[in-house]
Design a protein around this ligand. Structure first.
Ligand SMILES: NC(=O)c1ccc[n+]([C@@H]2O[C@H](COP(=O)([O-])OP(=O)(O)OC[C@H]3O[C@@H](n4cnc5c(N)ncnc54)[C@H](OP(=O)(O)O)[C@@H]3O)[C@@H](O)[C@H]2O)c1
Length: 379
């Protein structure tokens, strides 16, 4: 593979891997998820965040288990969500307004932090909360691993180190190393009481990025669908509700350490994803598999024009093969793809100002048509 193409693939995949960098846009509410059994003991839980995408899934998972919640946020995202829950309004940046002081002199069994992006702010939170919470669960990311090539990344693999003076700016390259520093700020201040949970692509209802949703939406639209690479190329996704259930289980059982949460319990591939979408949506979608090399020649990026997918071999082969066995051993359960696709489409169809819009991610229908025409005309 030529080095310019290699760089292209790496930077495209890295951009996709900067998973969970904050996204703009309204996050509407959805109906509560089905409840599970109640926990033997009700816990007092604090969420630093809780009102956009993963946060609401955490709230619903905690409510289903009978826990008592406090949400801390600025009151900007989805104001009015969860009126039955205590909200403490404030900024987690200690130099903005009263900062975190609304949380002083309170006690919780555990805190779940969905909004740590910069170590200075994580440090401020753990400094304030270390004596008033039993456990700190921080939502990190698999972007902590700089390697896009290694297959089966495990928690002990090297993480990315931030180089130079810290800038509070999220880019494709800074997001992972900043998360590493957030993880360390928590663990160094509350040793042995921290769970650093490293998700891959989080999907499901309330995901306004459309990265995963490209496939259900495109397949539902039908006709000839460009399917990328080899049908057996691996893909990973995690339903926010499964991730939330795992996090709540961690705080109930005081589970600590690092956990990769990137994909379904079984190894999945792009064929499962696209045919699975068709099984849910019906319609007349027909898949034309276009080789990864040909896509690269056309400038069509893995994770960019073709969300979720990356070639199963070469420089970015590892990004969809993260090893989640440690989380599985700690109780991580995953729901069927069909359930995620069904609920996601139902939510998106009802999404105010968004439901009828085309996918925000992936290539346009015109670009797809042009790429398919070139594929059919190749020598
Ligand atoms: N999406 C992915 O695929 C993915 C993948 C890997 C990791 N992640 C990680 O998953 C986490 C999930 O994020 P989410 O947005 O879904 O979580 P969320 O808890 O649903 O929403 C973020 C919350 O943080 C609050 N917030 C933001 N800035 C704040 C500040 N300065 N002070 C106080 N509160 C603040 C927001 O409310 P206000 O705006 O009202 O303050 C909101 O309640 C992130 O840490 C992300 O890095 C995501």
């Amino acid at each position: 593979m030529k080095s310019n193409r290699r760089n292209f693939l790496r930077s495209a995949a890295a951009a996709g891997l900067a998973l969970g960098a904050p996204h703009l846009g309204a996050r509407p509410t959805v109906a509560s998820q089905p409840s599970t059994d109640r926990a033997p003991k009700s816990l007092k839980l604090l969420i630093l965040g809780g009102t956009r995408f993963l946060g609401p899934a955490l709230v619903e998972a905690a409510q289903a288990r009978g826990h008592e919640l406090t949400l801390f946020h600025r009151g900007k995202s989805n104001p009015g969500i969860f009126p039955e829950v205590e909200h403490v309004i404030g900024d987690r940046d200690p130099v903005v307004g009263a900062g975190l002081t609304g949380l002083k002199d309170r006690k919780w069994d555990a805190v779940l932090d969905t909004s740590s992006y910069f170590p200075r702010m994580t440090q401020a939170a753990v400094d304030l909360l270390k004596d008033s919470v039993g456990q700190y669960l921080l939502i990190s990311s698999i972007s902590v691993y700089p390697s896009l090539e290694k297959k089966g990344l495990v928690e002990g693999d090297p993480v990315g180190e931030y180089e130079g003076e810290i800038k509070e700016e999220i880019t494709n390259t800074s997001y992972g190393p900043l998360k590493v520093l957030c993880e360390r700020a928590a663990e160094n201040t509350m040793p042995g009481r921290v769970a650093n949970v490293r998700p891959g692509l989080i999907v499901g209802p309330r995901d306004s990025t459309d990265r995963f949703s490209y496939w259900p939406l495109r397949v539902r639209a039908g006709g000839e669908v460009l399917a990328p690479g080899n049908p057996t190329d691996p893909v990973q996704w995690v339903d926010a509700r499964d991730l939330a259930n795992f996090c709540i289980r961690c705080v109930e059982q005081k589970t600590v350490g690092e956990f990769n949460i990137a994909g379904p319990r079984h190894p999945a591939d792009i064929a499962e994803l696209v045919y699975g979408c068709k099984a849910v949506t019906g319609g007349d979608a027909k898949f034309t598999w276009v080789e990864a090399e040909f896509l690269a020649e056309l400038g069509l990026q893995p994770w960019g024009h073709l969300p979720v997918w990356a070639p199963g071999k070469g420089e970015v082969a590892g990004i969809n093969t993260v090893n989640c066995q440690k989380a599985i051993d700690a109780g991580f359960e995953t729901r069927p793809l069909a359930e995620t696709v069904r609920d996601l489409l139902e939510w998106r169809d009802g999404w105010k100002n968004g439901g009828t819009a085309p996918s925000r991610s992936g290539m346009s229908l015109d670009d797809e048509k042009a790429a398919l025409a070139k594929w059919h005309q190749r020598g």
